[in-house]
Ligand binder design. Structure first.
Ligand code: CP
Length: 291
């Protein structure tokens, strides 16, 4: 199978190569074009950033994006993920980006010959999100080795937390987690958020994923923000160079005080910009058989 499914099987050297190419695309130093090619974005879960930044990346690479809306499609007639992807392959697209709620959904697609780009699978992986997070950190520090990062919030339900932690540890970052006990797992060593804001170079906030919770949270939004959210008061205790990242969408007033989203330490909107360049890098490397 061609494409990008998980970073757990991609070497650290190759990850650095992807980030380096994304930075060159961003600086306008590298230009490539694939006229005549088309790719479809098949999102079986909601998305704004991933779906449309993949489409922007395609447009910048001269590839025609083809949208698919699960509403109004033949999914309602019982068509499977496999048959939907095979249909787009038969229609002649040169690759597909897929987001699906099933962990490792791509293992069911091993007879598909066109490249598949994972736009997020279940609670497992979101490889291009991890890459754009890393690119944003690299732009800030010019290295990964030795940086302290804390993943904050809903670790248990987050594919971003699990994917980021695996790669960040491999890149020799010191990874910690913070949040309510019921949202933590064994991803990394636990810190309190107040310890984390004073210690860490990167605070990696995560969205509280209400749609993945089987039980209602035992606290209201204001209580969550006070105990586990990034407030301006906590920002004031961060190290001078430290930054805040968040995959978004953000729950303003829950895991992040609204004013923090656009404060001087926040890189949340810069991450979205970087997402386009990371996706350009991933698409072009797969099309050139370099990934
Ligand atoms: N960060 C992210 O995956 O956002 P979307 O769900 O909007 O794609």
């Amino acid at each position: 199978m061609k494409g990008l499914f998980t970073l757990s099987t991609v070497s650290s050297e190759k990850i650095i190569e992807i980030i380096d190419l994304a930075l060159r695309f961003k600086r306008g130093e590298t230009k490539v074009s694939y006229p005549g090619k088309s790719m479809a974005t098949l999102f079986f879960e909601n998305s704004t950033r991933t779906q449309y930044s993949f489409q922007m990346a395609m447009i910048k690479l001269g590839i025609t994006p083809v949208s698919f809306s699960s509403v109004g499609s033949s999914l309602a007639k019982g068509e499977s993920l496999y048959d939907t992807v095979k249909t787009f392959e038969a229609l002649g697209v040169d690759g597909v980006v897929v987001r699906h709620s099933k962990d490792g959904y791509y293992r069911d697609l091993d007879s598909v010959r066109i490249p598949i780009f994972n736009g997020g699978d279940g609670k497992s992986d979101h490889p291009t999100q991890t890459l754009l997070d890393l690119m944003t950190i690299y732009e800030e520090y010019g290295r990964f080795d030795g940086l302290d990062v804390c993943l904050v919030g809903d670790i248990k339900h987050s594919r971003v937390a699990h994917g980021n932690a695996e790669v960040m540890k491999r890149l020799k970052m010191n990874v910690y987690i913070a949040g309510p006990d019921e949202m933590l797992d064994d991803t990394a060593k636990v810190l309190s958020l107040d310890e984390a804001v004073e210690k860490c170079d990167v605070i990696n906030l995560l969205r509280v994923q209400f749609e993945r919770h089987s039980e209602k949270l035992d606290m209201n939004e204001a209580e969550y923000l006070k105990k586990y959210g990034m407030t301006l008061e906590r920002v004031s205790r961060m190290k001078d160079k430290a930054i805040i990242i968040h995959p978004a969408p953000i729950n303003r007033g829950i895991e992040i005080q609204s004013e923090v989203a656009e404060c001087e330490k926040s890189r949340i909107f810069k991450q979205m910009t970087n997402g386009v360049f990371v996706r350009m890098a991933v698409i072009s490397m797969v099309l050139e058989d370099k990934l």
